[in-house]
Design a protein around this ligand. Structure first.
Ligand SMILES: [Fe+2]
Length: 268
């Protein structure tokens, strides 16, 4: 891994919703096909990366098979990768399978002048998120130990509203507690999330708060109720982190929207 004072290039992919069996479909689409297509696009456009982060909902109906296939796909990139759980994931199974020299569920890493912290916002059995006292203390501890590192926090659920009431009912319910911890540390630069299956890019209390498109289906922005977006296509986020704390980020998407998306489906 790049430990020098040079720019770091991070690839974020999220909400892959890989199904137990190859060729299975969900909401009308083969999520695995788009997962592979987004990775191919990222490698074509922005490789090499110093680190890949996968911010939850790796699997839909988690199984050994789905996580094993994700692992195999990621390992072909030959780049370190850190995965964190979303509401659809099986955290224990992830920790068991993503436990190789390259791919892990580790919770913190120092890279050059940056500290990256990975939080678990999953509440078993429900779609909404919450940060336990343990997670909040872990965050506080990491930030207090490394005051001279710029910090990026990755977590599955969103911590600011999206203007979609149905989605905002599933955000981090104690996000104010998260912001209280972050408020103590001016070196926190970025929070990046998955879960919302759409773009977010907001400056809040001096922190850039990012949401990243899913590698499969997208949710329609500003919709009060569940609604799929048949225009926006799957994508990824790339971030360039500079040693002085500045950063740049871009989103890139597949050129075509999803084929065969069942737009009226209520199966999420
Ligand atoms: Fe998701």
């Amino acid at each position: 891994m790049n430990e020098l004072m040079t720019d770091l290039s991070i690839l974020q992919i999220t909400d892959c919703h890989i199904l137990p069996c190859l060729n299975e479909t969900f909401l009308g689409i083969n999520t695995e096909h788009y997962f592979q297509a987004v990775i191919e696009l990222a490698l074509t456009e922005n490789c090499p990366f110093d680190l890949i982060i996968v911010t939850g909902d790796l699997a839909q109906n988690p199984s050994q098979g789905s996580y094993q296939r994700i692992l195999k796909q990621i390992e072909t990139i030959e780049t370190p990768c850190i995965c964190l759980p979303g509401n659809h994931d099986d955290t224990q199974l992830m920790q068991q399978i993503f436990n190789t020299p390259l791919v892990s569920c580790r919770k913190q890493i120092l890279l050059g002048n940056w500290q990256l912290i990975f939080l678990n916002s999953q509440v078993k059995g429900v779609p909404s998120g919450r940060l336990s006292n343990q997670e909040l203390c872990f965050l506080d501890d990491c930030l207090s130990k490394h005051p001279n590192h710029h910090a990026l926090i990755a977590v599955h659920h969103h911590c600011l509203e999206t203007k979609s009431a149905w989605m905002d009912a599933m955000m981090i319910e104690n996000s104010l507690e998260l912001w209280t911890v972050i408020g103590k540390y001016p070196n926190v630069k970025i929070i990046t999330t998955g879960h919302i299956h759409q773009l977010m890019d907001i400056e809040h209390e001096g922190v850039r708060v990012l949401g990243t498109p899913s590698t499969c289906f997208q949710f329609k922005p500003d919709s009060p109720t569940f609604s799929l977006d048949n225009i926006a296509s799957p994508g990824y986020r790339q971030m360039t982190l500079s040693s002085d704390g500045r950063f740049k980020t871009l989103i890139s998407r597949l050129p075509e929207p999803l084929k065969d998306l069942q737009i009226d489906s209520l199966g999420y």
